[in-house]
Design a protein around this ligand. Structure first.
Ligand code: IMP
Length: 383
């Protein structure tokens, strides 16, 4: 009979952080959000370290070349969407690498993320089908890091792809996923993944749980995979970073994900709202929105991510929706404000680095009544 986990799984909304001692030096200015993007051996440094713990989702409505340039300037990494032709994806990567970083950029963006040649760092999404053609084209275009894009990554398809890349392009780091437990993490880490993404069914546009009945609450998934990451490091001396992907609704969810052990987070809805995302800005009832659709929606017409391996008949079902998100302005302004909140909470918990935060953080599950208590209540808020 099936193994039953009787503990319910939880989402970010069901947790709060309990503050620790804030010392005089614990101010947002003193907080460093540097984090490894790719694996490294004990005592060594990762080949790519981000300045902020944010990457953008591998989605048509999120990660085009414009957003990739804007995010790299802020210290994070975009993964250009793979649901397009190899030529088009490689062209987007090439555009980011061709961007001429001027002294003005460096002055205005102290966290700007550059490669050894002074070019912006950019990633790209790949799949387990056409990797033998797609990977060489992306590498030729100058991509810094790849990521396998799948709603369910605990699979031999990913293992085979990872091994092929490691054999043919050993200097190109490649992330894999998504997984929601320690077994999935270990499998991909053993197969050579340079980082592992966590999350099934938590994305804002995602209906995978309703459609297929697989997934796990994003907080529980992150906590479980973080335990496996730490055990793997202890046993093998290799630190494989983990990324919490999907389900970040409020800025403080990023802080919670980090506290739970994530090295960085992947965001779709968050970035889709900005000027730099590739989707259309529309006006509805006097308010501005941007279009945002799932890679498994009918609109994306990308069945590679969701097609079940041997299903050649093109018999498919949708796992995502087509939606609008409120337009929010420029990436830079929003990221700066979001990270100020993250830093401020880290100070409340007595930490000035992500590692210190993870070591010191105390999290508590909350009741439904305390969630209600946490919002404005028993007052009539002014419009
Ligand atoms: P968000 O940040 O909550 O909007 O979630 C973004 C994440 O949702 C992506 O990084 C993917 O992992 C996932 N995702 C993207 N498209 C779909 C879809 O159509 N169905 C299910 N999950 C999706």
């Amino acid at each position: 009979m099936a193994k039953i986990i009787n503990e319910p799984c939880h989402t970010f909304n069901e947790y709060l952080l309990i503050p620790g001692l804030t010392k005089l030096n614990h101010t947002p200015d003193n907080v460093c959000l540097k984090t490894p993007l790719v694996k490294f051996a004990k005592g060594k440094k990762p080949s790519i370290e981000m300045k902020i713990p944010m990457i953008s989702a591998i989605m048509q409505s999120v990660s085009g070349d414009k957003l990739a340039i804007a995010l790299a300037k802020q210290g994070g990494v975009s993964f250009i969407y793979g649901a397009q032709s190899i030529e088009d994806e490689a062209a987007m990567v090439a555009k980011v690498k061709a961007y001429n970083v001027t002294s003005k950029d460096k002055k205005e963006n102290p966290n700007i993320l550059l490669d050894k040649k002074g070019k912006l760092i950019v990633g790209a999404g790949i799949n387990t089908r056409d990797y033998e053609q797609r990977v060489p084209a992306l590498v030729k275009a100058g991509v810094d890091v790849l990521c396998l894009d799948s709603s369910e990554g605990f699979s031999e398809f990913q293992s085979v792809t990872l091994k092929w890349i490691k054999k043919n392009y050993k200097n190109i780091p490649v992330g894999a996923g998504n997984v929601v437990d320690g077994d999935g993490f270990k499998y991909l880490a053993d197969a050579g993944a340079d980082f592992v993404k966590i999350g099934i069914g938590g994305g804002s546009i995602c209906i995978t749980r309703e459609t297929k009945g697989i997934g796990r609450g994003q907080a529980t998934a992150t906590i479980e995979v973080a335990k496996a990451r730490d055990a793997y490091y202890k046993k093998k001396g290799v630190y494989v970073p983990i990324c919490s992907d999907g389900g970040i609704v409020f800025d403080h969810h990023i802080t919670l994900a980090l506290a739970m052990g994530a090295d960085f987070v992947m965001l779709g809805r968050y970035f889709a709202r900005f000027d730099e995302s590739p989707s259309k800005k529309v006006k509805i009832d006097g308010k501005f929105y941007k279009e945002y659709w799932g890679e498994g929606s009918a609109r994306a017409r990308n069945w590679q991510r969701y097609d079940l391996g041997g299903n050649k008949k093109k018999l498919s079902f949708v796992e995502g929706v087509d939606s609008y998100v409120p337009y929010a302005g420029s990436l830079k302004d929003n990221v700066e404000l979001t990270l100020l909140k993250v830093k401020s909470t880290m100070c409340n918990c007595g930490a000035t680095s992500i590692k210190e935060f993870q070591d010191k953080a105390v999290l508590t599950l909350v009741s439904q009544a305390s969630i209600t208590e946490g919002g404005a209540h028993d007052v009539i808020t002014k419009k």
